[in-house]
Design a protein around this ligand. Structure first.
Ligand code: HEC
Length: 122
């Protein structure tokens, strides 16, 4: 193997490792921490839509403990609203997009975490 071949092989192995690392599933604990960091200021530490940031918001954030209302939302819609924000699902722009801040695996974990919070299946 010449030098270029060795370099290419090393690069491929490196890429393989990072792809595996990126595809690792995200734990519920991590999803809960992400919620505290990104979502709780609006959706509340109690997950009931009454975060400290909601004073003066013209549209109130979703109560994620509301089993009935959350049951009406399919996983696809929850995923989309987290990734692209309220406007993507014809809801308020006050719900921000998180696709830049969170990885696809983190968003998948967040959808599962929200199902745990609402105690509702899909
Ligand atoms: C700046 C405040 C704010 C933050 C931060 C925020 N949200 Fe929201 N969210 C809203 C508002 C307001 C709505 C209600 C939108 C509507 O009903 O038009 C909403 C609605 C939602 C909905 C329901 C969407 C639907 O179709 O009814 C989900 C799910 C959601 N947010 C998840 C999250 C998650 C997960 C995070 C953190 C990653 C987050 N939100 C962070 C304000 C926020």
């Amino acid at each position: 193997m010449n030098c270029t071949g060795l370099f290419a092989a090393t690069l491929l192995i490196g890429l393989g490792y990072s792809a595996v690392a990126m595809a690792e599933p995200v734990s519920m604990d991590r999803a809960e921490k992400l919620y505290d960091t990104y979502c709780a200021q609006c959706h509340g530490m109690s997950r009931n839509g009454k975060g400290i940031n909601t004073v003066g918001l013209s549209v109130q954030p979703r109560d994620h403990t509301d089993t009935k209302a959350m049951s009406d939302l399919p996983d696809d819609q929850i995923r989309l609203v987290i990734e692209e924000g309220g406007l993507a699902v014809n809801k308020s722009i006050l719900m921000p997009a998180w696709g830049e801040a969170m990885s696809a695996e983190e968003i998948t974990a967040m959808v599962s975490y929200l199902r745990k919070v609402c105690k509702c299946g899909n």
